[in-house]
Design a protein around this ligand. Sequence first.
Ligand code: NAD
Length: 358
Amino acid sequence: MTHSILLLPGDGIGPEVVSQARRVLEHTAAKHGLSLSLTEGDLGGIAIDRQGAAYPQATRELARQADAILLGAVGGPKWDGLAALERPERGLLAIRADLDLFANLRPAILFPQLASASSLKAELVAGLDILIVRELTGGIYFGEPRGIRIRDDGEREGFNTYVYRESEIKRIATLAFELAAKRDGRLTSVDKANVLEVTMLWREVVDQVAREHPSVALDHLYVDNAAMQLVRAPKQFDVLVTGNIFGDILSDTAAMLTGSIGMLPSASLNEQSRGLYEPVHGSAPDIAGENKANPLATILSVAMMLRYSLNAAAAADDIETAVSRVLDTGLRTSDIADVNGAVVGTVEMGDAVLAALS
Ligand code: NAD
């Protein structure tokens, strides 16, 4: 069986990190006897420049046929002047919606070698292993109506709609319970049910789904408390499940606990486990083209792709072990470097992971 993989390098550092991840993917596939067919496409700013839309028709067709997609990052100052609906980031929202990628899995694992890179004290984060499950295709980022309008009194006002259907809450909660059952059996649902009706419903539905998963211990936290607890005592958490906007913010907070946004992979899955895999970071225009970007988040995204979409857990483990071995040798890109430590570039880090895999 041949797995068809679509690569969408995107903008900024995207092409640099994806090319290292591609080498790792090809090497690991050969080593584990997996047959892959790799195609590249345009998404984001580069797609606007070449094809006139952030998620052009050609990419849409490739994406719908792929078993899994590896994305770099999209966006950058070149396109910041465009209207909101035409910007590169809309391409990302469009592909998530088109493929119905309703679940975003963001592990925040602290490799022990990097405990000193965290902004928290090492003892608070050493051994950290959290999974944040974020709803990705609903909530306020997609709710209608939305826009900027002129009021009767002539003043402008911006408005968005925060809406969740019961079925949307149910499917993300079900997935989160299933993932928690395979881990430490603890799930925390994050909402703002003291203020927002939409998350009152969220809490009610999560409680209903909990009855079908008695092996998992469920608790609920308000989002402000969750943010506080994440930086106070992050190791108390196993799996967190939350809506789109809260998940966006909390997963970046969790990113800092691990020391670098350059280390964090993510997966976005649909109901058939077809997925889009991407680093949590953006296109980092400040370091683009300088061989400075850390490719490990994208390489670890390849590991997630092997695990969740290609059903190749041994190959995924192999990549994660190789990354850990490279960190053991002291090799660091600038984002995770110790003050006086040696620093390598994107390509050299890719070389080291390949060497550790061999
Ligand atoms: P960013 O993640 O691109 O960068 C934040 C900081 O982290 C920068 O200092 C950057 O140099 C650093 N950084 C990020 N990734 C790194 C890596 N792999 N190695 C080393 N350092 C790294 O976030 P931002 O600056 O807020 O956004 C820049 C652009 O990216 C914007 O256009 C934004 O819209 C876009 N963006 C895209 C995505 C995505 O494609 N999924 C996500 C977030 C932001």
